[in-house]
Design a protein around this ligand. Structure first.
Ligand SMILES: [Zn+2]
Ligand SMILES: [Zn+2]
Length: 373
């Protein structure tokens, strides 16, 4: 019997190339990657749709090294809903090779965005020395008209076009090497109502102090890649998702995205950390995490139960009363935890969810009663 099947499989092995080989043109399918989009498991919250976006990236039309369509393809592969191509208005180092036109990168990206169902936010980066630094003008109409030597005039034009203005990388060491300082220009913009969000995270840098500024002034927290090269060269997507801003919108559309960003309904997600307003982080946590009823009691009388997280969001739980310290609840896993006998609720700190400078999310976890068998 064994010999028979061996002979049979040998026959199949030998036979396949003879049948499949086309001497003119034979495809080699094992070389190909599966053309599929990552489906990110991030829950909707508060009756709103959670959109995933990256609102800062470059192409060959400024100092990036890719053609605009590549940005759309990457976003599609990585499970994003929205991107903004934000080439520098004042920097065109490749103008010998590509046309110097502030509107062109978005125009080229647009058909690809339609084809891939990615919401493309028209944007540009206003690029000045520090202060004021760099600002992205998002949801604009005509990038070329925004370019101006005078920073305030540049911003004014962007605002007249309906821009959401984002202060980029305030803690970038090339511009603020020692201390990440608030600036007079930012203060002026806040007073005029002309700045709407700040990057608490850019590329691979997180600026905790900036989260404090956002909370104090009620500005949207943003996390963006500021990608110049290619996403797969920069981030290890086998371990983490690329950095992104989560936006809680009434629907998946450009108008709803814009409304949500102006309303500050965002959370920054970078590596194993999340940052944003307490109400959104708590809602994300509660929509992601389930505490199971205790399934046993250990020899010290502690109740033993599972806490599960079927989403792609990471959480780290600390509860001194139960002896948990940074118990990692990684994406799509469950952990087994213990609580002292008789404990029905626990005060938990979610130590990777940052709600303010030096503040993390705290909440009450209820251990559900064990169901009778
Ligand atoms: Zn910049
Ligand atoms: Zn940039």
């Amino acid at each position: 019997m064994l010999r028979k099947s061996l002979i049979l499989s040998l026959f199949v092995l030998l036979a396949v190339p003879a049948f499949a080989l086309d001497v003119n043109n034979t495809p080699v399918p094992e070389l190909m990657s599966v053309r599929a989009r990552r489906v990110l498991a991030v829950p909707d919250i508060l009756g709103l749709k959670t959109l995933k976006g990256d609102f800062h990236m470059h192409t060959m039309f400024s100092d990036g090294v890719v053609w605009p369509e590549v940005r759309v393809m990457e976003a599609w592969m990585d499970g994003l809903d929205a991107i903004s191509v934000t080439d520098h208005l004042e920097k065109h180092p490749r103008k010998e090779g590509v046309k110097e036109d502030d509107n062109l990168s978005n125009r080229i990206a647009f058909p690809a965005a339609v084809q891939h169902d990615i919401l493309l936010v028209k944007g540009a980066e206003i690029t000045k020395d520090m202060p004021p630094g760099h600002y992205n003008a998002l949801f604009v109409k005509d990038q070329a008209a925004i370019e101006n030597e005078d920073f305030m005039k540049s911003v004014e034009e962007a605002i007249n076009q309906g821009a959401f203005l984002q202060w980029n990388h305030p803690g970038w060491k090339a511009q603020q090497p020692d201390v990440t300082n608030w600036t007079d220009e930012a203060e002026t913009l806040v007073k005029k109502g002309w700045v709407h969000g700040i990057e608490v995270f850019n590329s691979d840098e997180w600026y905790p102090v900036v989260l404090g500024w956002c909370m104090e002034r009620n500005l949207a927290v943003m996390a963006n890649s500021d990608m110049h090269g290619i996403i797969r060269q920069q981030y290890d997507l086998t371990r983490v998702q690329r950095p992104m801003t989560l936006i809680f919108a009434k629907e998946r559309s450009l108008d709803a995205l814009k409304e949500a960003m102006f309303a500050g309904r965002t959370v920054a997600w970078f590596g194993n950390s999340l940052a944003g307003k307490k109400e959104y982080l708590e809602a994300l946590f509660r929509a992601s995490v389930t505490v199971m009823p205790p399934h046993t009691v250990d020899r010290d009388g502690n109740r033993v139960f599972h806490v599960s997280n079927p989403t792609d969001l990471p959480f780290a739980l600390t509860c001194p009363a139960a002896g948990w310290k940074d118990s990692i609840l990684a994406p799509r896993t469950a952990v087994m935890l213990k609580a002292p006998k008789g404990t029905e609720t626990l005060q938990v700190s979610v130590s990777n969810c940052h709600t303010n400078l030096n503040e993390t999310l705290t909440l009450e976890l209820v251990i559900p009663a064990k169901k009778d068998n």
